[in-house]
Design a binder for this molecule. Structure first.
Ligand SMILES: Cc1cc2nc3c(=O)[nH]c(=O)nc-3n(C[C@H](O)[C@H](O)[C@H](O)COP(=O)(O)OP(=O)(O)OC[C@H]3O[C@@H](n4cnc5c(N)ncnc54)[C@H](O)[C@@H]3O)c2cc1C
Length: 510
């Protein structure tokens, strides 16, 4: 992957050399920098992309292809962001080339139904419609950028650790989603064994950025937006090696700085449920800088409390024959739900507390360090009293569950028969799934309010001229509950491309 030792990157020192002396007088401390405070510009570009994750590089590729001069800056010494750490799963469907090659039936309509009905209330319909309609074409684009997929499908739950490239990456097959839309495998993952898909995806996209002639600068952080008196974005103040510099932007700035999972103060204020989760998931640059820069020039921010709270109880799938209960000793979800849906239910609806109850056959067969076993006993009653559940509650839950499971039925949460059988063989164990005590990764979905082309909108719904945002810097299609892996990188690349194209078209300064 290109980094600042690579051919296409320029180091901080290199940037300083290129920029010359500082030209900013009144920027420090202000929320945004008025154009009048910039005595002279150190550098000019048509489009400035801030952040080198999946959203930023996709924007840079399309802006460059639209013939704009493009500069991409990254605050950390290395390009790639959280995107390079990720599994690289892209949620795509409606008949992608890979789905067709594997004889998987899918349609734009079923994908749209799943994405609009199985998750949050009032999802961003217009963006989801575009995403579903453009999904097959977007997958072709990813392939064109050099990302390699294999014609292999797996039906196992969870990110493939082999070289399979298509799987059910979400909650499609769990109730209620399976009654709302025809399930189809839509998780498209590079055919690279292990958790290396994101690295491969980002290597391919970054190579394309470099090959297209985008100017890439690592170790340069955007600091403040520069605004004209009429509100247009004229440029960006960046800092590098402690020095501030001013970059004039002729057409548009694309903020693609990722989310804010590592800004603990923002987490506490905006997303308290995610703040409680034990593992902030993302690269060190996810500090919310892009969101704050946008807010400072009047942008609205949406869904700031939402995110991906993950309770990865599977694999192995055998544990899904256990039950998950809350502090009242009651079930509240189908255990086979995608781990983002389960995590959401625990973090947002159970005050961050839950336990997985297993019997002899559903217990983990290996040492499990994601979740601690906090009680072990030969009866359910003993488990209940050790966990101090309300008297008799867990016993009733298990009796009711067992009664129906024996007939292949789960009247409350309609767990699939594949995982449904009575809990009946000691030793029984309780595993602590609490957000603060278990391995409970989380990252954020809240970000700047954007239109379908990434144009940043104010709280009055007005466009802020010259300003675009994409990926987790924006409020995109991932919402809570997160219903499928791949929606974030899918959203970053799909809407990043649109933002890059729109920014290249925009002419703020003539
Ligand atoms: C382990 C892991 C696995 C995951 N797997 C998947 C998956 O398989 N599929 C999926 O859809 N999602 C997955 N996710 C989530 C997904 O990776 C992220 O939501 C997504 O990559 C965010 O992309 P982005 O482009 O918005 O931000 P990022 O990839 O985080 O890029 C933002 C970049 O901006 C830089 N930056 C920040 N501030 C500034 C500044 N002021 N100036 C300049 N640069 C700045 C950051 O340093 C960073 O490099 C996973 C996350 C993790 C942590």
């Amino acid at each position: 992957m290109p980094d600042d030792s690579g051919e296409h990157a320029v180091t901080r020192r290199g940037l300083l050399g290129a920029l010359g002396a500082t030209a900013v007088t009144a920027a420090a401390g202000a929320a945004a920098t008025p154009r009048s405070a910039v005595k002279s510009w150190d550098l000019r570009t048509d489009v400035l992309v801030v952040g080198s994750g999946a959203a930023g590089v996709s924007a840079a590729i399309e802006a460059r292809r639209a013939d704009a001069r493009v500069m991409l800056i990254e605050s950390l010494p290395r390009f790639g962001g959280s995107s390079a750490m990720s599994g690289g799963v892209v949620y795509a469907g409606g008949g992608t080339a890979l789905q067709k090659a594997l004889n998987v039936e899918d349609s734009v309509e079923q994908m749209y139904r799943f994405l609009t009905l199985a998750g949050t209330l009032h999802p961003p319909h217009e963006k989801i419609q575009l995403y579903c309609e453009g999904s097959a074409g977007h997958f072709d684009w990813l392939v064109e950028q050099g990302i390699r997929y294999t014609d292999k499908l797996t039906l196992a739950k969870g990110l493939p650790m082999g070289d399979e490239s298509l799987y059910f990456s979400g909650t499609e097959q769990a109730w209620p989603a399976r009654d709302l839309a025809q399930p189809a495998p839509r998780g498209h993952v590079p055919g690279i064994p292990g958790m290396n898909g994101g690295r491969h995806l980002m290597e391919a996209l970054l190579s394309r950025v470099a090959a297209l002639g985008v100017t890439m600068r690592a170790g340069v952080a955007a600091h403040r937006l520069v605004t004209e008196s009429d509100g247009r974005i004229a440029g960006v103040i960046v800092s590098s090696d402690g020095e501030q510099r001013a970059i004039a932007v002729q057409r548009g700035v694309v903020l693609a700085c990722g989310g804010f999972i590592h800004n603990r103060e923002m987490m506490r204020q905006y997303a308290p449920q995610l703040y409680e989760c034990s593992v902030p998931w993302g690269n060190a640059g996810d500090l919310g800088a892009g969101i704050n820069m946008g807010i400072a020039v009047g942008a609205a921010a949406l869904r700031m409390n939402e995110g991906f709270a993950i309770a990865p109880i599977y694999p192995p799938e055998s544990v899904l024959s256990g039950i998950v209960v809350n502090a009242s000793g009651q079930r509240f979800i189908s255990e086979e739900s995608y781990h983002g849906v389960l995590g959401d239910a625990i973090a947002y609806h159970q005050k961050g507390r839950a336990w997985l109850i297993t019997d002899r056959d559903s217990s983990y067969a290996f040492h499990q360090d994601n979740f601690l076993p906090v009680a072990e006993a030969s009866t359910i009653g003993d488990i209940a009293s050790r966990l101090e559940f309300p008297r008799g509650a867990l016993q009733q839950t298990v009796a009711y569950y067992n009664l129906h499971a024996a007939n292949g039925d789960d009247p409350m949460f309609r767990k699939s028969r594949l995982y449904l059988r009575p809990l009946q063989g000691p030793p029984y164990k309780a595993w602590d799934l609490s957000t603060s005590r278990a391995f409970f990764p989380a990252h954020t979905f809240g970000g700047l309010h954007t239109g379908t082309d990434g144009q940043v909108l104010s709280s009055f719904g007005e466009v802020i001229p010259g300003l675009y945002a994409a990926g987790r810097n924006s409020a995109g299609i991932p919402t809570a509950p997160y219903i499928a892996s791949g929606l974030s990188v899918g959203d970053c690349t799909f809407f990043g491309r649109r933002a890059g194209r729109a920014a290249a078209r925009m002419r703020t300064l003539g």
